[in-house]
Design a protein around this ligand. Structure first.
Ligand SMILES: Nc1ncnc2c1ncn2[C@@H]1O[C@H](COP(=O)(O)OP(=O)(O)OP(=O)(O)O)[C@@H](O)[C@H]1O
Ligand SMILES: [Mg+2]
Length: 392
């Protein structure tokens, strides 16, 4: 077991073979959802077994391609025909689910409330939806909670988990502890004080005197009632949050940090990689997504583009004699193409510098090219997955 705990993997292919849960994380818009879906599709095709991808808010077309458009929390099997159309019959099964925060909260309440009546009172409370929806890190907590649930059901050999966009990449990892802390917090005790003790004289407490004046006593009473009911779920919630947290730290769980080669997402990726190590989570790989092709860094190609711009008229004259078209039009096309190449070359050079400076220690650093179109169907996922799979 100790060997498995410390075993290093050299590729995402090996990582997916060795783990039960792989979580994609990173800055907003870098490709977390796409990477999770592509890795899941690849694992189903190449490794087999039952693979689940738990997505958060996928783009509409991707959700449709996975068949999770309208179904919400329920996992659905991606039809084999979808793979057939992409020319890659799967050895295993690909399942997909989309995170449905509202119904996951309802399930949690039903599970942790001391009895059905209390559960109903919580669900019927006017503030329930608003408060649970706005709860700090509600989305993050629900994502890890669903993961825990799905993993515990034991129906899948591998679960790929997408993470919600958040202000801080650590929100996801810390969500269970924060939830447990919340139930033990002074804030919650303060809010529920009038309910817990009939001897507390609300008017004598400065907090309630002020709150009553600002919020009105009905609203204050609703809040107090809500949190008092909510607190009845504390023991179950705290225990559960502890188990969820343990699963995130488990050696069967690894994290794939996704980033583009732009300064801000890279900075966040570096911070995240450090934080993972510092908090005892296992980094599996770093994916550098949307990277420009290496041929853009080719110096002779840059020289050729520069000469095309400078000598456009002479080149156009020669091409015109070969019957390509009118010299003026050829000049326009040549200049446009060569200048565009040079502009891309500048960006590619900047990317290469960013990559050289990347202060991240990982055995698995996987560059993935920027495709000319968005990735929204099985063929696109597998094409991207091919680049992720094994180092070239
Ligand atoms: N390598 C790539 N080439 C081209 N397009 C890509 C690539 N990777 C991702 N995309 C596209 O970029 C967009 C954002 O990707 P995605 O939704 O996976 O990002 P995300 O990190 O999950 O975003 P969010 O933080 O909003 O959840 C999508 O339209 C996706 O199709
Ligand atoms: Mg996403």
């Amino acid at each position: 077991m100790a060997a498995a705990r410390t075993a290093r993997t050299a590729s995402l292919e090996q990582l997916l073979a060795a783990k039960e849960i792989v979580v994609t994380c990173g800055a907003g818009g870098v490709g977390k959802t796409t990477t999770a879906a592509a890795l899941a599709a690849m694992a189903a095709v190449r490794h087999g077994g039952r693979v689940l991808v738990l997505t958060v808010d996928p783009a509409r077309r991707l959700a449709d391609a996975l068949g999770v458009g309208a179904i919400g929390n329920q996992a659905v099997r991606v039809p084999t025909a979808a793979f057939g159309a992409a020319g890659a019959p799967p050895r295993g099964e690909l399942w997909a689910a989309m995170l449905d925060t509202k119904s996951s909260w309802d399930d949690l309440v039903a599970r942790h409330a001391p009895d059905k009546r209390t559960a109903k009172r919580i669900l019927d409370n006017a503030l329930y939806e608003n408060i649970t929806g706005r709860f700090v890190q509600s989305h993050q907590y629900i994502a890890v909670e669903r993961l825990y649930e799905l993993h515990g059901e034991g129906n899948y050999d591998l679960i790929l988990v997408d993470t919600p966009p958040s202000r801080d990449a650590l929100d996801f990892l810390e969500a269970p502890e924060r939830m447990a802390d919340f139930f033990a917090s002074r804030f919650l005790r303060l809010l529920t004080a009038p309910y817990r003790s009939s001897v507390v004289n609300m008017a004598s407490k400065p907090f309630f005197t002020v709150a009553d004046r600002i919020l009105g006593s009905q609203f204050l009473q609703d809040i107090t009632e809500f949190f008092s009911l909510f607190q009845t779920m504390a023991p179950g919630f705290v225990e559960r949050a502890t188990s969820v947290s343990r699963l995130l730290h488990d050696h069967r769980t690894a994290y794939v940090v996704v980033s583009s080669l732009e300064a801000a997402p890279l900075h966040e990726a570096e911070y995240f990689v450090d934080a993972l190590a510092g908090k005892g989570f296992q980094l599996g790989a770093v994916v550098l997504n949307k990277v420009l092709p290496a041929y853009l860094l080719d110096e002779p190609a840059g020289t050729a583009a520069t000469r095309l711009v400078e000598d456009a008229e002479a080149v156009a004259a020669r091409l015109a004699t070969a019957g390509v078209g009118e010299p003026a039009q050829i000049v326009r096309v040549l200049t446009e193409v060569a200048e565009s190449f040079l502009r891309f070359q500048v960006v590619a050079q900047r990317e290469a510098e960013q990559r050289a400076e990347l202060g991240v220690a990982t055995d698995v650093l996987v560059p993935v090219p920027y495709f000319e179109t968005d990735i929204y169907d099985m063929a696109g996922l597998l094409r991207l997955g091919d680049h992720l799979w094994a180092p070239r």
